[in-house]
Design a protein around this ligand. Sequence first.
Ligand SMILES: Nc1ncnc2c1ncn2[C@@H]1O[C@H](COP(=O)(O)OP(=O)(O)OP(=O)(O)O)[C@@H](O)[C@H]1O
Ligand SMILES: [Mg+2]
Length: 308
Amino acid sequence: MTEDPRLGTTLAGYRIESLIGRGGMGTVYLAEHLGLQRKVALKVMSADLAGDARFRERFVRESRLAASIEDPNIVPIHEAGESDGVLFIAMRYVRGTDLERLLQDHGPLGPDRTVAILSQVASALDAAHEEGLIHRDIKPANILLAPGGATHPDKVYLSDFGLTKRASSDSGLTATGQFVGTLDYAAPEQFEGGALTPQTDVYSLGCVLFECLTGRAPFPRDREAAVLHAHLMEPPPKVTDARPDLPAGIDAVVARAMEKHLRTAFPRPATSPRRPGPRCARRRNRRPAPTRRGVVGSPSRRLVDSSP
Ligand SMILES: Nc1ncnc2c1ncn2[C@@H]1O[C@H](COP(=O)(O)OP(=O)(O)OP(=O)(O)O)[C@@H](O)[C@H]1O
Ligand SMILES: [Mg+2]
């Protein structure tokens, strides 16, 4: 395998030391901020995205918003910007693993560990939704896990807010109407082209909950079209079909998170019980909007900087 040519080079004041991993949108490196001598995870977006004007525009907007949210379960963003035409985002280096790898290595998790992990993700989403930021790509790979304390084995950091290839569009679709990325956790409105709301993230979180407990995505199908159809038309699967040892109440939790009719144009019948909104929706607007952190340097180069 040829060595990554970025290794050993410096980008925007960060020396790139080693490869952490590659995703659908770019490459994540362990890097050191030379000025602060601080280790960071440096995500370098792929060249095709850097050339997509709508993606760049949203990248700037969403990175600023994400950097302004201080939450113990959201990966702190130190800086996002562009250097020599390369879009990058520098964030806290989370030493550990991610939920996708954990599930691959260990298979399904027990209910206690699942709840301990996903309640931290839900808390991060609450904070983001309160500030009007929708994640758009809740999936196990974006849930980073560091070793926790004695009571919680996992300390969760949610990453990649707004950072999806779909970010060049306001809906879940690209400009050419295609869906990009995994379909496994996507809410119906993300391929229907509907407006995305906090409930979009809650739907995806329901999918992740299902996978944590069963070890498989909610609608495993051979063809992508069949996965898409299932998200649109099929009822949420039951965890207890795969895990009869678990209480039936868990099926209701998944079903509620993955409810489809909430996002359709059809109103609920007047006789149906009032559904309390997700915690995130109920708490929205309780806190005043945060002040933005400093945007330093030339706007085209230093888009966001929250360094001290
Ligand atoms: N802040 C971080 N600290 C440590 N490791 C990270 C950090 N951010 C990402 N990683 C790791 O880098 C690898 C690549 O992440 P990346 O986000 O690029 O991939 P992905 O989530 O699979 O795809 P996508 O491009 O859709 O986000 C993963 O193994 C992930 O765990
Ligand atoms: Mg990611």
